[in-house]
Write a protein that binds this ligand. Sequence first.
Ligand code: ADP
Length: 538
Amino acid sequence: MSDTLDGRPAAGLKVLFVASECAPFAKTGGLADVAGSLPKSLRLRGIDARVVMPLYRGIAWDALDVLDGALSVPIGGGISRGRVRLGHLPRSDAPVYFLEHHHYYDREYLYGSPTDAYPDNLERFTFLSRGALQLCKALGWHPDIVHANDWQTALVPVYVDTVEWAQALHGAATLYTIHNLAYQGVTDRGALFLTGLGPEHDNSGEFEHFGTLNLTKAALAHATLVTTVSPTYAREIQTPAYGYGLDGVLRSRAGDLFGIVNGIDREEWNPATDPHLPARFAASDLDGKAVCKAELQKEAGLPVREDVPLFGLVARLVPQKGIDVLAHALDRLLDLDLQLILLGTGDPEAESFFAQVSDEQGDRFRAWLEFNNGRAHRIEAGCDFFLMPSRFEPCGLNQLYSLAYGTLPIVRATGGLADTVRGYDEARGRGTGFSFHDLTPGALFDTVGWAVSTWYDRPQHVESMRREAMAEDFSWQHAAAEYERLYLLAYERRRKHPFAPTRGLSSTPGVPAPSRPVRPPARQRTAGSARKRGRLRA
Ligand code: ADP
């Protein structure tokens, strides 16, 4: 595939990436990893990609520059005011604009407590979505593409298509990415006024969905293009089984819906450099992996045995991850000659079940019921196999980490798992993992049994699959090239002409200010202030 639709470089393309979380600043899931990585890779391609996110509690506020001036955002019938701070993605010049609003964002959690979402989430994320566009206008920086992600920023494509119509951001194309369709931003229809949009939008082609107000549905109606995080999930969500009620809407946009598999951050997940490991290794020298296995067995209080296959699982303990299926298969699995380490937090019943089995069968099963990044790394490195019996999996990152660490994933063939793991071909000893289709304890047991028999009977196949897995390339460079291709397509759809690198070209009549060469935003020191400041108004 050429880098761009017309084979020309997309230098000068301006992309605003709006997200409710972004690693390393704030993270609850895979969206944060995408927001923290993709913009960096886009910038390496000459694209002026910038991020907007809320300034949550827990972010190092004082390390950020404060931009002068207030940000005014229409909310309901009034105006809500905030400020903007500026930072950068680590090891990059990618600007991150943090919207500061104490009442909305200076809270313990991002979206709500483990049991209850914050009741004013619509207002909070209206401020983010509309605020991101207000910010662009205040900066005088008009993006060619606004890339919104999940329900928290679902209003972005709606605003660009409505209140920005014939205004400064009219020329912006919008891309809406679904990271997990199970979360859609559903609330009472009466709350629509908070968005500042009129009752004419309360219809079944936009916000109204079976008597509720559904932000994702409105985004699907207005976005120039829609993406999700794997091609298989893009197909699955068009079916009733995976569509969470929006499959019909998604089918109606089938021609505009694309799947792009996430990359992994090789600075964070690389067995040759990983600081969390007791020893490092690479495909060319796997000695370090054996050390990691022995140390992991010690850390988990399991017998240190090189000859037994060690299985790992790291996940949120929720139905999406097929934890119930594992629980039903666990007794039989632990009758096989294997060891299993589980790391996860989530449903209290699941936690107490696994804690009990861990107590009873501590010679072969260990449950660590905590969030522990170091242990997640050590499980990926020290295990021989990795379990992901997911009910659905938009992309999944853990199987990608497993491949990179030579730990063969055992996955249910759904979503991104189906797209990234190549099932074992026993005749040729090829493949990068094991996959199964039926979400049943029997199918999981049979597949684990297949892996165990491969371990004992065909060790040369485990070795060759390991090398094959470690040779896979799930880098962000590849995903960024795919996004760039879609940005150019979205641009052309919106403007009715292809993107032309604008260096040296004058602006097209009716189209906002010409692109300038990529340059980090101006920073200046204000006399009398120790803190670096920029300006909100250009
Ligand atoms: P999802 O986003 O659905 O939770 P992914 O596989 O896409 O699933 O990403 C999960 C991320 O969270 C991975 O980086 C994984 O290592 C990490 N993770 C999940 N649970 C834990 C835990 N208990 N401790 C440490 N890391 C965890």
